[in-house]
Design a protein around this ligand. Structure first.
Ligand code: F6P
Length: 365
């Protein structure tokens, strides 16, 4: 079979379930067409000097599609970071883009498949503008990319959160407690919303819908007055009680690292209603990102991997593969990185939760 050239693959940003399914499908399908592959390690860092990469062939991707994490490793910081603060875009220095370009060409790599979220795909867009052929694959447990109906990794994260909620319900009921469950979701509260509705949470607190402490306390009191001695409150990490809460943690990233809002809300409820509620906090955290992908994320990852190769093979560049009505299309990387998909009042699950009496905001209760 004639060789069609060499493609690079990298996974960047936070990991999620399904990354290996994308890698495996892209390499298996691309190899059948006649491409060979290099996998760059630890995201963009592997493309920069000193390069870090491995050969990706049928043997390297054998038996990985169902596994969690990424065989290529990843990072959400470093010299290629294209986001800072609460998600503002950042231009990658010209010399870094040129270094990446030079390094790719020194390995004979003609094009790059970038598997990442908003920040990593912004980096891909900038490299595309510098003249490298790039195809993006939308990854993030937050499901906040507006240009695709669903990112892979999201479905598994929701399933994990639902299981946590199911377990928390029984212990909350046994102890007559209010239990806050903090889930991930920086800007968009999709994980909190979908898991909260499926896991029959009593309140769902989202970044998109401001609420007041007074409103939440009144809701919990009213619930207690009618015999609801326990309550489960799902809190997206990006929810605000006046302001965002930044997590303690190590590792310098230019983006604000959220986490801890559930503790802040619990403390505020205690101050507003001392001794009225026995409360606890559980943080699901990275358990949502680790472990095996569910069937949905495996299938989505496999389809995205194959579609990325098809897009490259057709001659496309600076596009992202996107789920649209159960088919995969391509959209310009510029569109893919310019707008986030937020929970709206008209979102199906939000409207459903509000009608069921779930507390979301003072206005909707
Ligand atoms: O963007 C995905 C995500 O899981 C967010 O929900 C979360 O804020 C962030 O990554 C956490 O990243 P890390 O703890 O890996 O720095």
């Amino acid at each position: 079979m004639a060789s069609l050239g060499r493609l690079g693959i990298l996974t960047a940003g936070g990991d999620c379930a399904g990354l290996n399914a994308v890698i495996s499908a892209a390499v298996k399908y691309g190899t059948r067409l006649g491409y060979s592959f290099v996998g760059f390690k630890r995201g963009w860092e592997g493309v920069l000097s000193p390069m870090d990469y491995m050969t990706l062939d049928a043997r390297a991707v054998s038996g990985i599609a169902h596994t969690g994490g990424t065989i290529l490793h990843t990072t959400n910081r470093g010299r290629f970071a294209a986001k800072k603060g609460t998600g503002e875009g950042k231009g990658i220095p010209r010399e870094i883009l040129e270094e990446a370009k030079r390094n790719l060409s020194s390995l004979g790599v003609d094009g790059l498949i970038v598997i990442g979220g908003d920040g990593s795909l912004s980096g891909a867009r900038q490299l595309g503008e510098a003249g490298v052929r790039v195809i993006g694959v939308p990854k993030t447990i937050d499901n906040d990319l507006a240009a695709t109906e669903q990112t892979f990794g999201f479905s598994t994260a929701v399933n994990v959160a639902v299981e946590a909620l199911d377990r928390v319900h029984t212990t909350a009921t046994s102890h007559d407690r209010v239990i806050f469950v903090e889930v991930m979701g920086r800007n968009a509260g999709w994980i909190a919303l979908k898991s909260g509705l499926a896991g029959t949470a009593d309140a769902i607190l989202l970044p998109e819908f401001p609420f007041t402490l007074r409103g939440l306390v009144d809701y919990l009191r009213a619930r207690k007055a009618t015999g609801g001695n326990s309550a489960v409150v799902v809190v997206a990490e990006g929810a605000k009680l006046g302001e965002h809460v930044a997590a303690e943690g190590s590792g310098a990233s230019e983006e604000l690292h959220y986490g801890g809002i559930a503790h802040a809300i619990m403390a505020a409820v205690e101050r507003a209603a001392p001794g009225e509620f026995e409360m606890r906090v559980n943080i699901v955290g990275h358990i949502q990102r680790g472990g095996s992908p569910n069937a949905r994320d495996r299938n989505l990852g496999q389809s995205y991997g194959v579609a990325a190769i098809d897009a490259y093979h057709r001659g496309e560049s600076s596009v992202m593969v996107s789920l649209n009505n159960n088919t995969i299309v391509t959209v310009p990387l510029l569109d893919a990185t310019s707008r986030l998909k937020m929970v709206e009042e008209s979102s199906l699950e939000l409207a459903t939760a509000a009608k069921l009496g779930v507390f979301i905001s003072d206005r909707m209760s």
